[in-house]
Design a protein around this ligand. Structure first.
Ligand SMILES: Nc1ncnc2c1ncn2[C@@H]1O[C@H](COP(=O)(O)OP(=O)(O)OP(=O)(O)O)[C@@H](O)[C@H]1O
Ligand SMILES: [Mg+2]
Length: 350
């Protein structure tokens, strides 16, 4: 782990900063509230989260990374700089940073974010592919002659990586994540029950029903959903059986399952066989929904394990991957293919 100081996962829902010696040093929602006129920052992260859907016209909440894409570069830069200052405030030595970018970020966006981090007093910024970071961070032995698959389901994206002998056999990403599940719940409540709910309520419902096994009778465990009637305009609370919410998100679970099937179809039969024999490792916070794991196992016929602390595996993995890259440079026995692109990028950074 020598020399690598901080790993950053710049996610659509959360920013995680990981220090290999201390573990997670920052875990905050990627949200900011700013003054609508002056742009002055009013709140950030955990403090700004409850303000979503509750701001007066003079304020606005901004989620600068949506569906794995940096939709507001300036705000992303401000957010990173704020958090880096918080984490590095008492550091005497300038840290080296390894960064997992959103899966869909373009080369230009990667460069802009690298530049933003460079202004925070760091020595060096190395980029790591997010699916590779997830696999390494989840503790999979990716150096073996065996296919290891990770399925990372975050707030805005789902990515699947199949690794073998230190190399990427196939990687696949779709712009479907927890936010889509929340939106599906909002739509379902609105059109089926004429009940309008906000994004934070939808997210809470998702977590609640995610803890319920899909095997339980669908009409038990009613979920209480506060909102506003779209007919009368009056506020009210609806009671919805958990099974109905499962129904609302079923199409999205199938979409995630289909993405795994596509990744398996793209891979060699021996590797696909390894995945069937050894299962899939789930990372990303959406994997904290046991109901989702259960349904995916049913759809795919493959066992799925949830990584310990699934929300911080990408950030942890970036530090491990970057450390391996350094070992590689110092002549250690590692298959160079796994980190080829990161090394090129690092060299490019000087
Ligand atoms: N306990 C939980 N049960 C179910 N879902 C959860 C739980 N905790 C968080 N989530 C969901 O996980 C998602 C965020 O996951 P994560 O932090 O891994 O995403 P991210 O890395 O920020 O996004 P991405 O990787 O897509 O850019 C959100 O949709 C959130 O609602
Ligand atoms: Mg993520």
């Amino acid at each position: 782990m020598r020399g690598i100081d901080l790993g950053i996962d710049l996610g659509s829902s959360n920013i995680v900063i990981y220090d290999p010696r201390r573990g997670v040093v920052l875990d905050e929602p990627s949200v900011m509230t700013v003054d609508a006129e002056t742009g002055e920052m009013i709140a950030i992260g955990r403090e700004a989260l409850p303000m979503i859907g509750r701001t007066p016209p003079s304020l606005k909440t901004i989620q600068p990374i949506r569906k794995g894409v940096i939709s507001d570069y300036k705000m992303t830069e401000r957010m990173i700089q704020h958090y880096m200052r918080r984490v590095c405030a008492y550091k005497i030595f300038r840290p080296r940073v390894s960064l997992a970018m959103p899966t869909a970020a373009t080369g230009m966006e990667q460069r802009l974010v690298q530049d933003a981090i460079s202004t925070c007093g760091v020595r060096q910024v190395v980029l790591v592919d997010q699916p590779v970071a997830a696999a390494v961070g989840a503790g999979l032995d990716v150096g073996q002659a065996r296919g290891s698959m990770t399925l990372n389901i975050g707030g805005g994206t789902t990515s699947i990586a199949l690794l073998t002998l230190g190399g990427i056999a196939s990687v696949h990403a779709i712009r479907v994540g927890g936010d889509n599940f929340d939106e599906a719940i909002i739509r379902y409540m609105r059109y089926r029950h004429n009940h309008w709910v906000g994004p934070l309520t939808a997210e809470r419902i998702k977590r609640e029903i995610g803890c319920r096994s899909m095997a339980i009778p669908s009409d038990t465990f009613p979920v209480w959903v506060p909102g506003r009637s779209t007919e009368t305009g009056l506020p009210g609370i609806c009671s919805i059986p958990a099974g109905e919410i499962h129904e609302a998100i079923e199409d999205l679970v199938i979409t995630v399952g289909d993405a795994v099937v596509t990744a398996l179809e793209d891979s060699l039969p021996e590797l696909a066989g390894d995945v069937v024999a050894h299962g899939i490792m789930l990372t990303g916070r959406m994997s904290l929904m046991p109901a989702l794991r259960e349904r995916l196992e049913e759809l795919l016929g493959v066992s799925c394990r949830i990584a310990g602390e699934p929300g911080s595996r990408v950030a942890a993995g970036t530090t491990k991957a970057a450390a391996a890259l350094r070992e590689l440079r110092s002549g250690a026995l590692l298959n160079p293919r796994l980190f080829e692109s990161e090394e090129e990028r690092e060299l490019e950074m000087g």
